[in-house]
Design a protein around this ligand. Structure first.
Ligand code: NOJ
Length: 741
């Protein structure tokens, strides 16, 4: 049979991109010849970071469908050869990896990328990532991660696109398009994986892996949209999440994986479990052993078991007993094979031979640098930035000024820190020769506790015209299983900033972090603050370009910044409530002793902190200024099949070129359910020269106003809508339109 398959593979090699019918007939050809053991093996994924001899034996027995975490092309090809030539069914292995924000060239963390609001740039950076990864044989990436996250304590907030379903949907689709390209069978393409399905970002208390309780309505309104958008964009695979939502672990949730994903949304691709999450049903307490877990998860619609060995070790018995049907097994196998066929693995199972390597190539680095620039958000600037020509002595300090590893952020598995451009490296290389650089690093890393060198630091600061302090979080402070309850700067960093601020010299604070931190006092004592997230390989170059005005900041916050941890969760698109806060609450000193409660006004607020955020979603400054005017709705009455079209004039009112992100929000006064006060429904980046104006045409299709109505049906409701167009989620120009049925 093996020889027959090799002949078949050779014949397929001559074929161009595959039509759906071809895919199906190839899958059927394969499945027809497979034994039960071959089939079960196709549902098993392992970690390759183990005894390779053992892996080879398993491949020879046909027990491995996909291997994660091998990133050596020669090893990949040698294992592939064993699969093709020595395994019973000769089916190629699918090599996979967590390629979440760049492969070798590390891009800003996804949360940072989201601040760019630049779909096209994200798409092309993701394409570069696919080029780098396929060069060494990776054909399946576990990304994009699109979990809506409204809790910055959760370490994995770094991996997604923030708090807003619309922004996350658009950007997740950009990554899918970049990874998968126009054609999945293109040698340069790799399969994307929409993860983690679903509600994983709503972990109670922000503690990773914790239980979630997101009711059906919020699933539809808030957590599903990015996943649905990726299905519509043709994402090849899904990953189920670790969490149980409302009592049902996602990996064993038939309603979720079969009814919603496949029946309602029409997803044709493959679902993989998260690491061990099939077996995870046991600690969740809904399966007694792995056999039971295998049955529940396979029947729920989870096709591939990542690392729990439940399918490999128990499906045969379950089939023999008749407690899992052959049909259920075959369907899962078909979905796995379909992906392999669509990827062109049957024709070209081996690593492509790149004529010229793109890894760390100039073009790839340049895109990464642009993305790091566009991801950076200017939070404050009293005019000290960009650094003026008159500045002749600069003090650069802080633990993130030369943190080659840390600035790469979480999931930088393959990023080689020797390629990282740190801020100090870029500044040393680029600084004009007539500017004196003093570099001091009193804190060896962000958590360092010693303030011994602060005295010397202050002495140096007094000699400088400008101080630039790079602070933030180590790579280890965010990401999977790295949640925090205290979101202030770690170690002595705040004290260092205080010491610097006391020197009477302009202080520029640059923050590199995996999440929004609580930075109210740092914002106050700095003259300027630039938030760069973890900006990746080119972060230092991007910092130099921005600080010295070679490029102009344009990033906008993809997530709300809280004043303190007690405000969490806080997000802009919260609902109308019956006791809306006035915004002036939160002054503990004004709370009287022994007065009737009504003095406080009965609003939804805290006594000790304002109900408003420190910085709102969508906020971000530039070195220039912009003015929006003349918002006009072209068709103020629309039907369900139309889009509301509107125009707005944007003017660059400053004296340098810059880019603004114009954001359009929609809200309603009344609906059949309570609704968010406003929701982002359109945005556009616009680049303008000094003094230049442009008229933007934006549109919002009526269907994007659909929501989970009172009767739980999905659709729009007729009525009046408020349109707000601005440069953040606060303020802006207002207009109205009406949806008629
Ligand atoms: C667990 C993580 O939750 C998931 O995102 C990742 O893709 C897998 N491990 C594989 O490494």
């Amino acid at each position: 049979m093996k020889r027959l398959l090799i002949t078949l593979l050779a014949a397929f090699a001559l074929l161009p991109a595959l039509a759906q019918d071809d895919v199906e007939s190839r899958v059927e050809e394969l499945i027809f010849r497979m034994t039960l053991d071959d089939k079960i093996g196709q549902l098993h994924q392992i970690d390759g970071r183990t005894d390779l001899g053992k892996v080879c034996d398993m491949i020879r027995k046909g027990q491995i469908s996909s291997i994660m975490n091998i990133v050596d092309a020669a090893v990949i090809d040698s294992l592939q050869r064993i699969a093709l030539e020595e395994s019973p069914a000769g089916i190629p292995i699918l090599f996979s990896r967590d390629i979440v924000h760049g492969f070798k060239t590390i891009l800003p963390i996804p949360l940072g990328q989201a601040a760019s609001f630049d779909d096209a740039l994200i798409r092309s950076a993701a394409r570069n990532t696919a080029l780098e990864a396929t060069e060494i044989g990776i054909k399946w990436a576990f990304a994009p991660m699109m979990d809506i996250a409204r809790d910055p304590r959760w370490g994995r907030i770094a991996e997604g696109f923030g708090e807003d379903p619309y922004l996350a949907s658009r950007l997740a689709v950009s990554v899918v398009e970049g990874y998968q390209g126009e054609d999945l069978s293109d040698e340069l393409s790799m399969a994307a994986c929409a993860k983690h399905f679903v509600a994983y970002g709503a972990a109670e208390g922000g503690r990773d892996y914790n239980t979630t309780y997101v009711p059906l309505r919020s699933l539809y309104d808030t957590y599903f949209p990015p996943f649905k958008a990726c299905v519509d964009a043709g994402v090849a695979s899904f990953m189920s999440s670790f969490n149980d939502n409302d009592g049902v672990p996602a990996t064993g949730n038939k309603w979720l994986l079969s009814e919603v994903l496949r029946e309602d949304w029409g997803f044709q691709g493959m679902v993989v479990s998260d690491w061990g999450s099939v077996g995870g049903l046991i600690p969740h307490g809904v399966a007694g052993d792995k056999k039971e877990a295998a049955k529940i998860c396979l029947e729920a619609g989870c096709d591939m078991d990542m690392m729990s060995y439940s399918y490999l070790n128990h499906l045969k018995e379950l089939i023999a007993e008749g407690s899992v049907s052959m049909q259920t097994l075959d369907e899962a196998v078909r979905r796995v094979l379909r992906l392999k066929v669509r990827l062109g693995l049957l024709e070209k199972p081996y690593t492509r031979k790149a004529s010229e390597s793109v890894i760390y190539s100039e073009a790839v680095l340049e895109t990464a640098c642009r993305l790091a620039e566009e991801s950076s958000v200017l939070l404050k600037n009293d005019g000290v930035l960009p650094i003026a020509e008159e500045v002749k002595t600069v003090l650069v300090c802080g633990p993130m000024a030369d943190a080659a590893y840390d600035q790469l952020g979480t999931w930088a598995l393959d990023g080689d820190k020797t390629h990282t451009i740190t801020p100090i490296a870029a500044i040393r290389r680029e600084l004009p020769s007539d500017v004196k650089l003093i570099y001091a690093n009193p804190l060896s890393y962000p958590r360092a506790q010693s303030s011994d060198d602060f005295k010397a630091l202050k002495k140096a600061a007094r000699k400088a015209d400008v101080i630039i302090a790079f602070v933030g979080e180590e790579q280890m402070m965010s990401g999977e299983a790295h949640s925090l309850s205290n979101l202030h700067l770690q170690g002595q960093q705040s004290e260092m900033l205080e010491a610097l601020a006391s020197c009477g010299k302009p202080l520029v604070t640059v923050i590199m972090a995996g999440r929004p931190l609580v930075i109210g006092s740092e914002l106050e004592l700095s003259n300027a603050v630039l938030y760069m997230w973890h900006p990746g390989t080119m972060g230092g170059q991007a910092a130099y370009n921005l600080l010295w005005g070679l490029s102009n900041p344009s990033g906008k916050l993809p997530v709300t910044f809280p004043r303190n941890e007690g405000q969490i969760p806080i997000y802009y698109n919260h609902k109308h409530t019956s006791h809306i806060a006035k915004g002036t609450e939160g002054n503990l000193d004004s709370v009287p002793r022994e007065k009737p409660q009504s003095v406080m006004g009965h609003t939804s607020s805290y006594l000790d902190v304002a109900p408003t955020p420190l910085l709102p979603f969508g906020f971000g400054l530039s070195y220039t200024t912009f003015e929006l005017s003349n918002l006009r709705v072209d068709n103020p009455v629309i039907s369900d099949s139309e889009a509301v079209v509107f125009y707005v004039d944007v003017k660059n009112t400053g004296d340098r070129e810059g880019c603004e992100v114009v954001q359009a929000y929609v809200g309603r006064k009344t609906a059949s359910t309570t609704r968010p006060m406003k929701e982002l429904k359109a945005y556009e980046r616009v680049s303008l020269k000094a003094g230049e104006s442009k008229t933007l045409r934006l549109e919002i299709p009526a269907e994007s106003l659909a929501f989970c109505r009172k009767d739980m049906s999905w659709g729009t409701e007729p009525g009046n809508y408020v349109l707000t167009v601005g440069t953040s989620s606060e303020g802006g120009l207002r207009s109205y339109f009406k949806l008629e049925k």
